[in-house]
Design a binder for this molecule. Structure first.
Ligand SMILES: Cc1cc2nc3c(=O)[nH]c(=O)nc-3n(C[C@H](O)[C@H](O)[C@H](O)COP(=O)(O)O)c2cc1C
Length: 475
């Protein structure tokens, strides 16, 4: 019998005739009682608290680092051990999730964050649980991504490490993508975590990622309700086991004025819940890569965006792919395929790295499986995370989606570090096996290519840059 996440995957898989992001699957369990993309119901960009809670402004001057982003991701950077003080915590939170750009639209000022998010929905919240006895203010804090402040929502937890908990808000992305938003929460969280881990590593701060943790405890710790907001990932900073044990009730905020519940997502999430803390993710051995020089992580994060237009007439250097693939997939067991369109020294086709599995010019097929979006066709190469959903239990399903998001985030950083551009990409599930010549379930696409324009650099904490979004090339 199919598990709840397998059911969710099936019911949120796109197949022809696909014509919109928000058409509901024909199944009574799918939520149909709301109008997607209704601007009148645009969800809040982040959580709100009505109670007067203690606020701690975070340093806005971010400590600079020197290590090359490529070397940080490849694991070859020689970074001295850093101290997790308030400025370093501020840097890590901001480079993972701070508001860096704004776009003024007729109905709202849209907030763009340091890490990308499918459809710019940004359904992730961050909390920091600080036990007594560290250099940081003890307590459980919500990170206000716009004001760049900590808002204390709970008393100090018991446990060892300063612990970042990321949560997902299904309604914020479901407003546009319905139940497929479940996947988006894990993709976006993985993308965000890739930047959080890179920011920590570049400052010499140990950071361990946990995706198996006691869900009920983590939910209570941050004051989430487990339905409209639930924990997705935990990162222990500075060594020691995560501090997930609450010592008192947390303030309850609201994710929106009137959030819609998606029962399929609630069931999928509940089915994967655990009571025990598992092992942290393996970091993976350092990898030897041909290109090592690049700007530091903070420079790359602020120069990244999702490239809307790529120049299909130009190739990327072969060494960029030879560097990015091993560095982006370091320590990750989820398989990733590469479809090469234009990379020097690589025959176009599908690679089960490093073997060429299917030769050919696949640009038009990529356009089709990329839901008639130009980016995968115009990219120099497209990364595709794959799995066998039937072999995954409900927790492993979450982890596979998050791993694909993490790899997307790393490819993204590596692309910008090496002068290329990138964008995450969703896809027509039914037709990816034909493209890859392999019977697989698809997790996520990342397009990497030659940028047609330079993105506007993100602003400093509390000072986001106003920008106009470039529109993707039609057809
Ligand atoms: C997981 C993921 C999937 C995405 N899918 C698409 C997509 O299908 N098409 C697209 O044009 N952009 C896609 N994007 C890019 C987002 O639209 C972009 O991240 C968002 O607008 C925020 O802008 P920024 O990344 O420039 O900060 C995706 C991004 C992520 C992280």
């Amino acid at each position: 019998m199919a598990t709840p996440t397998q059911e969710l995957h099936r019911l949120t898989s796109y197949a022809p005739p696909w014509d919109s992001w928000d058409k509901p699957a024909d199944d009574p369990r799918v939520m149909t009682s709301f109008e997607p993309n209704d601007i009148e119901r645009l969800p809040w960009f982040y959580k709100r608290y009505t109670a007067e809670l203690p606020r701690i402004p975070l340093p806005r001057e971010l400590p600079a680092t020197e290590a090359s982003t490529v070397e940080v991701l490849a694991g070859t950077a020689a970074v001295p051990a850093g101290e997790l003080d308030l400025a370093q915590l501020a840097r890590v939170l901001f480079l993972a999730s701070g508001v860096v750009r704004t776009a003024t639209r007729p109905y709202a000022v849209w907030l763009f964050r340091a890490a990308g998010s499918a459809g710019a929905r940004f359904p992730i919240e961050l909390y920091v649980a600080v036990p007594d006895g560290t250099a940081l203010p003890a307590g459980v804090h919500w990170y206000d991504p716009e004001a760049h402040e900590l808002v204390q929502v709970g008393p100090p937890p018991s446990g060892e490490a300063v612990t970042v908990v990321s949560t997902g808000v299904p309604w914020r992305t479901g407003w546009r993508y319905r139940e497929r938003g479940y996947r988006h929460i894990y993709w976006d969280s993985g993308t965000m975590v890739s930047q959080l881990l890179a920011a920590a590593a570049s400052a010499g701060i140990e950071a361990e990622l946990y995706t198996r943790f006691p869900d009920a405890k983590a939910t209570a710790l941050v004051g989430a309700d487990g339905v409209h907001e639930w924990p997705v990932a935990v990162v222990a900073l500075g060594g020691g086991t995560p501090a997930l044990e609450s010592s008192g009730p947390a303030a309850v905020g609201a994710v929106d004025a009137d959030p819609v519940e998606f029962p399929l997502e609630t069931a999928a999430q509940r089915a994967g819940d655990r009571d025990e803390l598992g092992e942290p993710w393996p970091v993976g051995d350092a990898v030897d890569v041909p290109l090592r020089e690049s700007p530091p992580v903070e420079t790359v994060v602020l120069s990244r965006s999702s490239q809307r237009r790529m120049d299909a007439s130009r190739e990327l250097p072969g060494d960029l792919l030879r560097t990015a693939f091993p560095a982006a997939t370091r320590g990750i067991s989820v398989p990733h395929r590469i479809v090469v369109n234009g990379v020097e020294g690589f025959e176009p086709g599908v690679y089960r790295w490093p073997e060429l599995a299917r030769a050919g010019n696949l640009r038009e097929e990529l356009y089709h499986v990329g839901l008639d979006q130009g980016l995968p066709r115009d990219a120099a190469f497209v990364v595709i995370g794959v799995t066998d959903v039937s072999a995954l239990d409900d927790r492993e399903y979450r982890e596979a989606q998050l791993a694909a998001g993490l790899v997307e985030g790393r490819f993204h950083l590596l692309a910008y570090a090496l002068g290329a551009g990138a964008s995450g990409m969703t896809f027509l599930d039914s037709d990816v096996p034909g493209l890859l010549a392999e019977q697989v379930d698809t997790l996520l696409f990342t397009c990497v290519g030659v940028p047609e324009y330079a993105s506007k650099r993100g602003g400093a904490p509390g000072k986001p840059e106003e920008f106009r979004q470039v529109t993707p090339r039609a057809g």
